[in-house]
Design a binder for this molecule. Structure first.
Ligand SMILES: *Cc1c(COP(=O)(O)O)cnc(C)c1O
Length: 426
């Protein structure tokens, strides 16, 4: 073979055959993921992996979960054409000489029981816990949304539960703490570190190792050691599977653009995953830019403003200083200030399949207000970040561009915090 026809190996083709095939059997998404855990935790992780594989292959598991999602959770969530927002953004497009303005749809996961997408994952994991014969449930929570969803499914299945929550968060998120107590969960304030989500997750992992025999740990996002990122993704993928069918029904074709906010990344991967191999679909994950990604420790954008490292059992993008110390980060939204991100997102960033962009606190607040005013929907501050990116992006897209955003939570929990930021008298 003449030398000049040899393939150019200086630019390796990193595009996988399928973006939906991962992770590998040891939980790797490219260079990310895996299971970096203490030896004592390894048997539990392997046990869980086997139980999850077994449940996936059992049609009765899928049927029971589908029934609960429908009649307890409230699925399918509607796909809603946000007409007034679309008209407004088309006006902006005309003003800036944009391409016309995309047609904006909301996937309404804020209508789920307990007010967000978290219940999708909790219903899946509680069925798995019961299947494994576990009699005690533990979980970590930051803003308290996951804690409330866990306490809810534990009440429904009659299992005792303990929720680890940073002491700082217990103070900041009183209404959710009260909800957990009403659902008869035990809330354990964690005082180590800064008393926030990272510390609560460490404490939950410690409890798990100590109480292996009877305890199941429900992780709340698509992070942690393998198989959690894959498992949480699979339970949340109901969002994208429904959205795909609903858009086909409404418009007769796939969406062109997807947008979702990223804390640990579970609502986003749930929407994105069924579309990852559709080349025509452009995808945006929106991180918490806080005061701006140039402000040291002033944001929670692990991918836009962090670097790879190991935390909570997996390798992924993290907020860290020059010495590899994990930073606390900041976001107006307590649900987005996890210092890491699920490993699959790190891989989707590295392969270029998904675009990750930051949105500041201020931009999210403006989007929050506009959504309430134009659509009569008070969004949670987390999806208000996704919406803020939609406000920038949609006017640059043509009128036939079908844009779908995940409205992953409702704003009831945030109204007092937002009122304070806006200087409203309450
Ligand atoms: C918890 C939460 C998030 C962040 O978690 P992800 O795993 O990134 O989805 C986002 N939005 C809402 C409404 C939440 O409750």
């Amino acid at each position: 073979m003449p030398i000049d026809s040899a393939p150019d190996t200086s630019v390796p083709d990193t595009r996988p055959n399928s973006y939906r095939a991962g992770p590998d059997e040891r939980g790797h998404f490219g260079l990310f993921g895996g299971r970096f855990v203490a030896e004592t935790l390894m048997p539990l992780i392997l046990d869980l992996e086997r139980a999850f594989e077994d449940a996936k292959a059992d049609p009765s598991f899928g049927e029971e979960l589908a029934d609960l999602l429908a009649h307890y959770g409230g699925r399918p969530s509607p796909l809603y054409y946000a007409e007034r927002l679309t008209e407004n953004l088309r006006g902006v497009s005309r003003k800036i000489g944009g391409a016309g303005g995309a047609k904006v749809y909301f996937k309404r996961d804020e209508l789920n029981h307990t007010g967000s997408h978290k219940i999708n994952n909790c219903l899946g994991q509680i069925l798995l816990a019961r299947r494994m014969g576990k009699t005690r449930i533990i979980a970590e929570t930051g803003a308290g949304q996951h804690g409330v969803a866990v306490a809810t499914v534990c009440a429904r299945f009659g299992l005792p539960c303990e929720i680890y929550m940073g002491a700082t968060d217990v103070e900041r998120q009183k209404p959710n703490v009260v909800r957990m107590h009403m659902l008869e969960a035990k809330v354990n304030p964690v005082t180590s570190g800064a008393g926030t989500l990272k510390d609560a997750m460490n404490e939950a992992l410690r409890d798990w190792v100590t109480n292996v025999h009877d305890t199941y740990y429900i992780i709340g996002t698509a992070a942690g050691p393998h198989p959690y990122p894959e498992m949480v993704r699979d339970f949340q993928s109901v969002i994208g599977v429904e959205a795909r069918e609903q858009m086909m029904e409404r418009e007769g074709r796939l969406p062109d653009t997807l947008v979702a906010c990223i804390g640990g990344g579970s609502n986003a991967i749930g929407l994105f995953h069924p579309f990852l191999d559709d080349d025509t679909v452009t995808i945006y994950g929106v991180e918490a830019g806080g005061h701006g990604i140039d402000v040291a420790n002033g944001h929670a954008a692990s991918m836009s403003g962090g670097a790879p490292g190991v935390l909570h059992g997996n390798r992924t993008y993290l907020l860290q200083d020059g010495d590899g110390q994990i930073l606390e980060g900041h976001s107006i939204s307590a649900g987005l200030d996890y210092p890491g991100v699920g490993p699959e997102h790190s891989w989707l960033k590295q392969t270029g399949r998904v675009n990750y962009v930051p949105i500041t606190d201020k931009e999210a607040l403006e989007a929050f207000q506009l959504c309430a005013k134009l659509e009569g929907i008070i969004p949670a501050l987390e999806p208000a970040h996704a919406l803020a990116h939609v406000l920038k992006l949609a006017p640059t897209l043509p009128e036939d561009n079908l844009l779908m955003m995940n409205m992953c939570g409702r704003g009831d929990k945030d109204v007092f915090a937002v009122a304070k930021h806006l200087g409203m008298d309450v």
